[in-house]
Write a protein that binds this ligand. Structure first.
Ligand SMILES: NC(=O)c1ccc[n+]([C@@H]2O[C@H](COP(=O)([O-])OP(=O)(O)OC[C@H]3O[C@@H](n4cnc5c(N)ncnc54)[C@H](OP(=O)(O)O)[C@@H]3O)[C@@H](O)[C@H]2O)c1
Length: 193
């Protein structure tokens, strides 16, 4: 995740405004260490293809308002994580194009979904957000490590923080593993205690 000095994850709806090439290179490196990249549908909708060599993508979506005929589903490896009450016609389309995992009634139970993916042999999940998904990952006890880039900007406004959801039951204390400056940017990595 990347955030401004005042905690915002995007400026006027644009996350790219915060980053720079070094940060993108870091994201590519992090993907190479994972065996599955998990993303919320709102973040996924900003992509129209998935890079060769990256681990498979798992998309969390209740609406299934996704372009199943588009580039994200071309390689046949994409996983769709959804809920019982997903629209039936889109669910059928999803099943033709992806491996579909259904957990939860009105919305996906994120903890149960990640448990199931782990049972299927996935070991290193990289959650690239967005903030609404990441809050649920943390609430489910699945946020073991946080890679946070501090972008040297202040933006004010109403941008989300990197986790956007209800208060956690208890604050999750984390341990700083490293803080690496790159010009005015700062790459940090925290793990749970
Ligand atoms: N600064 C950063 O590091 C960073 C990182 C990632 C993303 N972003 C930005 O964050 C924005 C999007 O973030 P966001 O927090 O609004 O959205 P998000 O977490 O990317 O996606 C939210 C969507 O995911 C699906 N979803 C999440 N939880 C679900 C559940 N329990 N069950 C079923 N579906 C679920 C729903 O999709 P459906 O609507 O399809 O049902 C929901 O609308 C984008 O603009 C992106 O650029 C910034």
């Amino acid at each position: 995740m990347i955030a401004t000095l005042d905690g915002g994850i995007q400026y006027k709806g644009d996350t790219g405004a915060l980053g720079y090439p070094g940060d993108h290179a870091l994201m590519t490196g992090l993907r190479s260490l994972a065996d599955l990249v998990v993303m919320g549908a709102a973040t996924v909708r900003e992509y129209d293809s998935w890079p060769d060599g990256a681990p498979p993508l798992a998309i969390v979506s209740r609406s299934l308002d996704l372009d199943f005929d588009g580039g994200l589903f071309d390689d046949g490896r994409t996983i769709v994580i959804t809920a019982e009450r997903a629209p039936a016609d889109r669910l059928e389309h999803a099943r033709e194009r992806a491996d579909v995992l259904v957990t939860g009634d009105a919305s996906t139970d994120i903890g149960a979904a990640l448990d199931e993916l782990a049972r299927r042999g996935h070991r290193r999940f990289l959650c690239e957000g967005g903030p609404r998904l990441l809050a649920q990952v943390a609430a489910a006890g699945w946020l073991h490590e946080l890679c946070l880039t501090l972008s040297p900007m202040i933006i004010a406004g109403g941008a989300s923080r990197i986790l956007n959801g209800p208060d956690l039951d208890v604050p999750q204390r984390m341990r700083l593993i490293h803080a690496v400056p790159d010009g005015d940017y700062l790459f940090t990595r925290y793990t749970i205690e």
